[in-house]
Design a protein around this ligand. Structure first.
Ligand code: NAG
Ligand code: NAG
Ligand code: NAG
Ligand code: NAG
Ligand code: NAG
Ligand code: NAG
Ligand code: NAG
Length: 601
């Protein structure tokens, strides 16, 4: 007997102590905190953010008590901010378990910490996927963005970028593993869910409730705070103390289900303004019969909304009968398009003696997960920057914003050979590699259809030779009418920037091969030089040493009379089509001095 009693007691103790341990997998990052980790009044353990991000500066806010949720205040007293250039700054949040679902929450409290009164506006993303625009319009309000996503890697990235006013900043970042089954919609992975609304109806105070009341720490906003409109007359609030069975798919917090709003004779009617809508969304309403009904009482109602979806048309809900008393029930849509203003009505059925009720509501916008940059491109860039500190480069090199240093590969003391993978970086628009010690062959860039700007490394020479006849080197060697262009892309003789008014090569009127050969016109301005074929034959020892192959033909090593090393690219494609491609490539090279940026397409 005594043994059983002790065993029973210890099970009880284990159950009681569970909330304290239930933080398993929680990652709570206090951005800008420079001290050590601490535990707040709710038992959440917060850690400084220095292990999760390597850029930005930290600052304190003056009051740190924004919003009504004072239990959160310490994590909001510091923040990390970033320069308002067009670069992105990413937190690496993990470790997480691949294919598990998580709730991610980012909080922002401005409090005019910079004294600039700027009301910052900037973007945040989940990895490569745009998540939200953070638009501060009340300096002392806490702005919260939340999402539900499935982990596709061992960590999540949360990036801040594109400050349009003020500096991007962040106060806290929280990650919560979701229990099995929660928000398990088939499209998660290709999509994620951005929280639009999560409302606790009949809240007695404006305080938001969360962990430990909600075991996965969702914040349920009080309906006293949420801007609901059109509440029908005659509504009243009810609450109960007996427990409500909440073991349904999305596992709402029990305290949410223990309160409800009950309608008047005209039922319940709510109008919600949904920012960013119309949009496809995941939407559920939580109901539970939390009144003890007498035998002659029935609560039966039906649902109406201004949406084009007939799932619930004509369906009469009788909670005590369909779900059972004190048991949560969550009808909803996994993919429905809501308008910018959604009107939800719950109307009493004629079989009913009691008006409808509502306990809680959740709406999430379905957001696409944007595919990252192609693996080849990433490999090429990683090869190129292998000597840069990896701490600078979390995330996708291009999306949703390019790595900051992609604008700065110039003068980075890069050494080694230029990776030929660059020739496969199909999203690359601008490339700026000068003032480094890169060596080796020029990669074939003919596949880079979006390349707009190219600055090649010092000591690299680009030489393009279109032949008017096809058939390669031998034929070319005999074709005296070949147009020979030589371009020297050297920084050491740095000249003034080119006149921007110069016409694109192919738009220059009356440009003929014979004009060029006669030396009357130099289509390349001071960026290039025209050669006669004989000079190239001599320089390359009759096209003796092939060092690569380009899109139009082979590339040969050469040495000019003054000792300068060159590469000679031979265009062997047929003259019409190859000619256009050749001009395009020459143009890309000609533009190199006019740009100083690097943008991924
Ligand atoms: C992730 O997986 C590991 C190993 O299976 C497990 O121990 C851990 O509890 C999991 N994490 C979460 C948050 O479920
Ligand atoms: C923020 O406040 C803490 C405690 O008062 C102080 O130690 C720290 O230096 C402050 N940080 C900044 C950036 O002002
Ligand atoms: C700004 O937010 C604070 C905190 O939520 C609130 O008390 C205040 O009324 C808000 N101010 C305006 C102008 O909305
Ligand atoms: C919902 O509101 C009620 C009444 O204020 C409160 O007791 C309960 O804790 C709230 N629950 C949540 C999860 O917000
Ligand atoms: C239901 O029964 C109760 C007594 O149990 C009675 O007082 C009440 O009037 C009845 N209500 C209706 C609508 O019949
Ligand atoms: C949602 O439904 C729309 C309309 O039927 C469809 O086009 C879209 O692909 C669906 N989205 C998801 C994530 O299933
Ligand atoms: C490159 O090397 C030079 C000389 O060692 C050094 O002064 C400069 O700071 C380096 N630049 C970078 C970006 O590391």
């Amino acid at each position: 007997m005594a043994f059983i009693f002790v065993a029973g007691l210890s099970i009880l103790l284990m159950l009681c102590s569970q909330p304290a341990d239930a933080q398993e997998g929680f990652i709570s990052i206090d951005c800008g905190e420079i001290g050590s980790q601490y535990t707040d009044a709710r038992g959440i353990t917060w850690v400084p953010d220095s292990d999760y991000i390597y850029s930005g500066m930290v600052e304190n806010v003056s009051t740190g008590l924004g919003g009504s949720d004072s239990s959160n205040s310490r994590s909001l007293q510091t923040l990390r901010y970033f320069s308002s250039d067009d670069q992105k700054h990413c937190y690496t949040v993990g470790p997480v378990n691949v294919s598990m679902r998580y709730l991610m929450r980012a909080s922002f409290l401005y409090e005019n910490y910079d004294g600039a009164d700027t009301f910052p506006s900037f973007q945040i993303s989940l990895g490569t996927s745009p998540w939200a625009t953070v638009n501060i319009i009340n300096a002392s309000a806490v702005y919260v963005e939340e999402l539900v996503a499935v982990a596709t890697d061992t960590s999540f990235l949360v990036c801040l970028y594109k400050g349009s006013t003020g500096n991007p900043f962040i106060s806290s970042l929280e990650l919560r593993p979701l229990a099995a089954g929660m928000y398990s919609v088939p499209y998660l992975g290709q999509f994620f869910l951005r929280k639009t609304a999560r409302i606790n109806f009949s809240a007695l105070s404006a305080d938001a409730v969360r962990f430990p009341d909600d075991h996965v720490d969702r914040i349920w906003t009080s309906d006293l705070v949420y801007p609901l409109q059109d509440e029908a007359p005659g509504t009243h609030k009810i609450n109960t103390t007996p427990s409500v069975d909440v073991t349904i798919t999305d596992h709402p917090s029990m305290s949410v289900m223990q309160t409800a709003v009950v309608g008047g004779s005209s039922g319940l009617s709510y109008r919600l303004n949904l920012e960013g809508y119309p949009a496809p969304c995941y939407a559920v309403i939580y109901f539970a019969e939390i009144e003890v009904l007498r035998p002659n009482q029935t609560r039966a109602f039906f649902f109406q909304a201004n949406i084009k979806d007939s799932t619930f048309d004509g369906a009469v809900l009788n909670l005590a009968r369909d779900a059972g008393p004190f048991k949560a029930f969550e009808p909803g849509y996994i993919n429905v398009t809501f308008p910018a203003v959604v009107t939800i009505q719950l109307l009493e059925d004629k079989s009913s003696t009691l008006p409808p009720l509502i306990n809680a509501l959740e709406i999430y916008q379905i957001m696409p997960n944007v595919a990252g940059t192609f693996e080849d491109d990433v490999t090429a860039l990683s090869t190129l920057i292998h000597q840069l500190p990896p701490s600078e480069v979390p995330g996708d090199p291009c999306l949703p914003e390019p790595w900051a240093f992609l604008t700065k590969l110039s003068s980075r003391n890069l050494t080694g050979s230029i990776p030929s993978d660059i020739g496969r970086m199909t999203r690359l628009v601008d490339l700026w590699l000068d003032n480094n010690q890169l060596t080796g062959n020029i990669p074939d860039l003919s596949q880079l259809s979006s390349l707009r700007t190219l600055q090649q490394p010092v000591n690299m020479f680009y030489l393009a030779v279109p032949a008017d006849v096809s058939g390669g080197v031998v034929a070319l060697g005999g074709a005296l009418l070949a147009l020979l262009l030589w371009m020297k892309l050297r920084k050491k003789k740095k000249k003034a920037p080119r006149e921007p008014s110069r016409l694109p090569f192919h738009e220059q009127p009356s440009l003929t091969t014979s004009d060029i050969l006669a030396g009357d016109v130099n289509p390349l301005g001071d960026g290039g030089r025209v050669f006669r074929l004989e000079e190239l034959v001599e320089a390359t020892d009759n096209f003796n040493k092939q060092i690569g192959s380009g899109g139009f033909g082979p590339v040969y090593y050469g040495r000019l009379a003054d000792g300068e090393e060159i590469a000679v690219k031979v265009m062997s494609a047929s003259s019409t089509q190859g000619g256009r491609e050749f001009y395009n490539e020459v143009e890309k090279l000609l533009m190199f001095r006019d740009f100083h940026c690097c943008i991924c397409g």
